[in-house]
Every structure is written in C-alpha cells, then in structure tokens.
Design a protein around this ligand. Structure first.
Ligand code: ADP
Ligand code: ZN
Length: 529
C-alpha cells in the first residue's frame, strides 16, 4: 500500500535512527533522500536550519561508494568531519588548509574505499589531480552545498563554482544534489541551468521561520537602540550583531563591553586565532554576543541564537534572510531586528555607483538594494513581503513589527515637492554639492554656519518645511531615496533629481510615505516573552 515504506525508506530510516539518533524525518527530507538514493538528481531549497545536511549524508551512507560534498565553507570542514566521525561516519576532507601529507592520507582512504563522505573545497575540482583521483574511486553522489554560489544573480557568487557544471559531463551516472538556503526564482533558475540540473527534481521547502519576529526600525542612535533591545528583551542571551565595516564592528563591541555586555568582535581583519577563539566561545558559551561583519555565521549551527541585529542595511533580501535565519534554529521565539536610516541608502547607492564591474553588474546590485529597501519601507506584513520575495504566498503573520503596530501611510506629496524644490534651488544657485543635512536645515529654516556661509537663508525655500520635525524630514528623504524619487551622487552623498522627481514636481505622481513611529518599536515584547 501507499503507506508502506519502500526498501530505501526503511534503510534510510534505519540510518537516521542508528547513526544520527533521530526519530523521524523532518519537512521534505524523506522524499529528497528517497529520490537521491534511487539515483535521481535534486535541487533542494530549504531555509537555514531546515536540515539540509541529512539530505545528502544519508543517501551517501545508503548508496555504494563515497559521497563527494562540495562546500565553500573551508573553515568549517574540520568541525563537520569531526562531528561525523563522532557519530561513526567515515568522513574526510580536502582543502587548502592541509599540507601535502594530510592530503595524501585522505586520498589513500578515499581510494581504499574507507570513506563514506569526502568534503571538497570547490577549487579542488579545478585541479586535474583531484579529478583523476575521483576517477579512480567509486562515487555514490555529488552534493553541492551552498549552491547559490554558482549564481551570478545571487549575492554570494564564487567563480570556482562555475567549474561544477563539468561534474555531470565527467560522471554522467552519478546523482547530484544541489542545496541552498537562499533562492529567489531568478537564483534558482540560474542554479539549475549553470549546474545542468534541468532534469533534477526541485524540492522547495517553506521559507517561513514563524518563531522569528522581524522588526525594522528607523535608525536614530543605533548603539543605544541596540543596547535597549539587548537589555529589555535579551539579557544574557546569545546573539549576533551585524555591522557593515570592521571599524564599526570594533566600536560596537567595545561599546557593548563597556556597558557590561559579554560581547566579542569578529571580522576578517582579526587574526585567524582570535577569530577561531571567538567563534568557539560563541558556540560553547550560553550568552555571548558576537559583533561581526557578514564574514561570520555561514554554516554555524548554534540552536539557541536568540537575536540577530543589523546595525547597517544588508545589501540584499537574500543576505538579510540568510543572516536573520541564524536566529532561533531551535524553534524558540527569536528576534530579527534591523536599524536602518537615510545614511544607509546614501552609502549603499554610492557603493554601487563606484563598484567595479560592468553596468549589468551595477544594475543587479541596484535591484537587490531596491528589493531590500522595499522590505524596509513596506506598510504591509514583513513576513508576507519576505516570503513573496522567495516566490511564496502567505497571509499577515501577526508576529512582525508592521503586524503588531500597523504603520500609517500618509500623503507625502507636498513635503516631497518642498524637498525636491530645495534640491532644484541648490542646483541652480551654484555648482556646490549638498547632502541631506543641509537640505533639511534649509527646510527647517535653521541659520547654521553653513547655511549662512552659502546664503541659503536667502533662498525662497528657506524655512518652508517647519511643519515636520528634523527626524521626520530625514524619514521623508530616506523614503524618497528608497523609492527612487530622489537620487544620490558622488562622494559626499549629494542629493540629485531623478526622472521620477520631475513627475512629483509636476504633480503627475503622488508620494505615499510611511509614518515614522515615535520610538523604536518595543510593542512586540509581549509576544516575544
Ligand atoms: P541546514 O544545513 O539546512 O542549515 P542542518 O542540516 O545543519 O541544517 O540541520 C540543522 C539542525 O537540525 C542540526 O542540528 C541537525 O542535526 C538537526 N536535524 C536535521 N534533521 C533532523 C531530524 N530529522 N530530526 C531531528 N533533528 C534534525
Ligand atoms: Zn507580519
């Protein structure tokens, strides 16, 4: 009958019990495993913490031969292999951190059929020596972990991954399973085509992480806001704070320590030993806060991370989702909190303008940023927006800031026109370049030294914006930038007009804005409790 497990299932289930000590499969694991055990190709899209590893580890144990796992996470290979060895699985790895002797030993084990799983860094597969080695052994499957690294559209492209398209040509009968936690429709299509996985079955798990409460707050005094979050909602709990730059990582970590919070920095500029030590402490200890650049976290499996905070705007929704996904793997309530401000938009647009690469590349970065901004500025449920980005439909969640405190939207056309008119005036006046700060001072009628120096108090727009407070004007400017109604140019973040600006100035376009909450939302507390 339909419910009777097939022979593969029972064997796979046996391995799940015996080797891994788990009772039952989760989510789509069983179908994926059955499919790969039977020799089929698979493309697996599953959120972080969903249980992707078993999807290739179990087929590798059930099928004859060695499962070859391609992973970019070189720093974690030793740990992964040690963990498997502790379970009695015969695992080894080959990467650039090993000396020749170590590599020779693993190669000998592989050839002697003494391995169940062999982890490889992608660049190993560019070396003819490795390919010939693989030819001489028996391969049960190829697992391509972090498969989004093959996609140029994605946010984490690695050129070494392109060579993986050749696996199929060289070993046409060996099943391949590609896995990723980040896949929009575009990335996912690109993975399938670059890896020549056209005939693979696609397994798409739900990307919803219901226990994570998503919150995006206007950035006022980010360190203070962060401290408040930690003290009131997550005292003594483990979490990750992401910052864009190494120096802000250092400063934020120092600040937290000075405030009595157990925090350490982590970024690529620290020496390897310090990094390893901080990572190990994070995994081992109960309530450590790691302040890090995005160099931290990939592949780290700590179940009780209670919050992930972003002090700077992530570059893409995919990155944001992956980073926040490190919270709450144990299913317990957790917070994803992001502080985001005008300067973030200015800075990121500037970085895109000055980035290396061709126009296509810049357009792609721009599209990633726009999607992230849309998520920040939405008045709808954050989760609905996030899941929609991954092509999944849902209904308002009741567990994000916009669901808990629905923001009002208001007609901001007139303030937008005032702000844009000021930009126009400054452009006409002389060839000077001014950022948002000066424009807002003019709107508010502030006679600052810089206003007086440039005679800006003589402009017709001087003081025409006193109906809004400074913070509100910053919100208006930020949202206009996010909507592309205002542009930014050059090194100093000079505000400039766009095509959409003229539509607003000519009254052909209405501007809807989100009302800024008075204070960073803490309304969610009850729900987190
Ligand atoms: P991913 O690679 O998708 O982020 P992992 O494979 O690291 O996720 O799995 C996340 C956690 O869930 C791990 O601690 C793993 O041991 C555990 N896990 C996976 N599958 C099961 C299962 N069927 N039953 C219980 N725990 C599981
Ligand atoms: Zn919601």
């Amino acid at each position: 009958s339909d419910d009777a497990p097939g022979p593969e299932t029972s064997e796979a289930l046996g391995v799940l019990h015996r080797v891994f000590g788990y009772d039952s499969f989760r989510g789509g694991q069983q179908e994926i495993i059955d499919h790969v055990v039977a020799g089929g190709d698979a493309l697996v899209l599953m959120p972080t913490g969903g249980g992707k590893s078993l999807c290739y580890q179990i087929p590798a144990l059930v099928r004859k031969g060695v499962g070859v796992v391609v992973s970019p996470l070189i720093a974690l290979m030793q740990d992964q292999v040690d963990a498997l060895r502790n379970l009695g699985v015969r695992a080894g790895f080959l990467n650039s951190t090993q000396d020749l002797d170590e590599r020779r030993m693993v190669e000998a084990e592989f050839l002697a059929g003494e391995l169940d799983l062999l982890y490889l860094a992608p660049e190993r597969l560019r070396v003819e020596h490795t390919l010939r080695l693989l030819d001489r052994g028996q391969i049960s499957l190829f697992a391509i972990d972090e498969a989004h690294c093959v996609a140029q559209w994605g946010h984490d492209f690695r050129p070494d991954y392109l060579a993986l398209s050749e696996l199929h040509e060289r070993w046409p009968t060996v099943p391949r399973i590609a896995l990723t936690a980040t896949a929009t429709e575009a990335t996912h299509t690109e993975i399938a085509s670059r890896l020549k996985l056209q005939d693979a079955l696609h397994f798409v798990a739900s990307f919803d992480r219901p226990n994570i409460q998503y919150r995006i707050a206007p950035k006022n005094e980010p360190k203070k806001q962060l401290l408040e979050l930690l003290r009131t909602e997550h005292p003594g709990e483990a979490g990750i704070v992401y910052c864009l730059s190494r120096s802000s990582v250092e400063k934020t970590a120092e600040f937290l320590v000075a405030q009595g919070i157990d925090a350490v920095p982590y970024h690529a500029g620290l020496d390897a030993r310090t990094r390893a030590e901080h990572q190990a402490r994070f995994l081992r200890e109960d309530g450590l806060v790691v302040v890090a650049t995005i160099a931290f976290g990939m592949g780290i499996d700590k179940p009780d991370v209670r919050f992930v905070a972003h002090l700077d705007l992530p570059k893409s929704v995919e990155g944001y989702y992956q980073e926040t996904g490190r919270a709450g793997r144990d299913g317990q309530p957790s917070t994803a909190w992001l502080a985001y401000g005008l300067q973030d938009v200015v800075q990121q647009r500037k970085m895109i303008d000055t980035s290396e690469g061709d126009d296509t590349h810049r357009r792609r970065l721009g599209a990633h940023l726009d999607a992230m901004l849309a998520l920040c500025e939405t008045v709808e449920c954050r989760r609905v927006g996030l899941l929609a980005y991954f092509g999944q439909q849902s209904t308002p969640c009741g567990n994000c800031d916009t669901c808990l405190t629905p923001p009002e939207s208001w007609d901001g056309t007139i303030p937008a026109q005032k702000l844009l008119s000021t930009v126009v005036r400054l452009k006409r006046e002389r060839n000077q370049k001014f950022g948002a700060g000066q424009i807002i001072d003019i709107l508010l009628g502030k006679k600052t030294a810089k206003v007086i120096q440039f005679d800006h108090d003589a402009l017709s727009v001087f003081g025409i914006g006193t109906e809004l407070r400074e913070a509100e004007w910053r919100g208006v400017a930020r949202q206009l930038l996010a909507q592309g109604v205002l542009g930014v140019e050059g090194d100093y973040g000079t505000l400039v007009l766009t095509d959409a600006s003229s539509e607003v100035l000519n009254r052909q376009r209405e501007v809807r804005l989100r009302r800024e909450p008075e204070k960073a939302s803490r309304t969610a507390k009850a729900k987190t409790g």
